[in-house]
Design a protein around this ligand. Sequence first.
Ligand code: ASP
Length: 449
Amino acid sequence: MKVAKFGGSSVASARQIQKVGSIIRKDPLRKVIVVSAPGKRHGEDMKVTDLLIGLGNAYLENRDYDMYMQFVMDRFSEIVSELDLDTGVLTTIQENISNVLFSDYSNELKLDAIKAIGEDSSARILSAYLNRIGLEAIYMNPKEAGIIVSDEPGNAQILDESFSKLRQLRNKQEIIVIPGFFGYTKTGKLSTFSRGGSDITGSIVAAGVQAELYENFTDVDSVYTVNPTLVRNPAEITVLTYKEMRELSYAGFSVFHDEALIPAIKEKIPVAIKNTNNPDAPGTKIVAEREINGTCVVGIASDTGFSSLYVSKYLMNRELGFGRKLFHILEEESISFEHAPSGIDDLSVIIRDNQLTKEKESTIIDRIKTLLQAETVKFTHNLAVIMIVGEGMLNTIGIAQKATTALVNANVNIEMINQGSSEVSMMFGIQAKDMERAVQSLYQIFFQA
Ligand code: ASP
């Protein structure tokens, strides 16, 4: 059996849901379906999840939330009426929203439960539609399916016990439609994954039912070698490994959630990225191993929004426990780090900006200065990270030279370089303002030369 996940743009309107119906009908192996909440129908549109967050916040802050309620219900009413479905599903959606708002949950839990209503409603609508077009389908709540998660609202993690429960879904006759993005804690509280988390649900379910393939339907034909907003018509990637995808999706490849691969990797389930609007396009296959035939670099990922914490102290290399103490301070300030390139007497720690505030930065600087007696401790902002990714780099000489030549050609100063020992990727830290130029030059040297 296959698990197919349809993202926000695939369920954004009745027309899109009809395409989803044809895709499911075309392959009887598509037995378990995971859906997102309706996404944007056009550039200025809003995602239903964002509308629901607006609604939840307005309610919790005692502001008028009618407008949000209206927007949300209008989106679903339009879909239900254009698909010619029983309007009972709209009553259920409205009741679900009211039940959450007027429940005795804490504010945090309420917000999470409100956020999840987008996916939940999509799954109800799609299962009703599949039945209307003659396919036997059922809606299944993640609790019933067995998606048990940690108690971390907005950032839940799957618990291992889920997988054996999910395996029982194999025995169902009907097509099962499961809402993505959330699960339930052991004590029965709804908890969502991080944003974009329906990909994670799809992967969990695929691992649970031991699917032969996890298809992730989105609105692009494939994963591209580089962000298409930076380079026009970049080449498509037909096959890449889990490791390569993991590195790529981490920095700027928003096609697939970066946490979503883990369950698939564990069970070695191949993943296919496909386009709902062009389902016959071959898409991108993500597999455990691929043949490395000449293409040692498969893609270039890039993202802005990073800062670096620079720490230097003479003879740092000889000081026992220096790194541990430094990272302990970061841990206590609830900061996780992305990379940590180091020299003999200095170390840079690259951190995503969204974890930092002015106050946090000065606390960290003070603590490092006091505890570690470091000579220089400073934050640098407005950094971009570029990753050159490819398993073939391991046995190829001259990749770094090629990459640095591209950066020289683009007149870009390299602030940091890091290559993990697995040699699946090479990281360059540069000024954010130089990112576009740098990526274009790298693309040219690796893919167009
Ligand atoms: N609807 C959720 C979001 O917008 C999850 C998802 O679409 O995967 O983040």
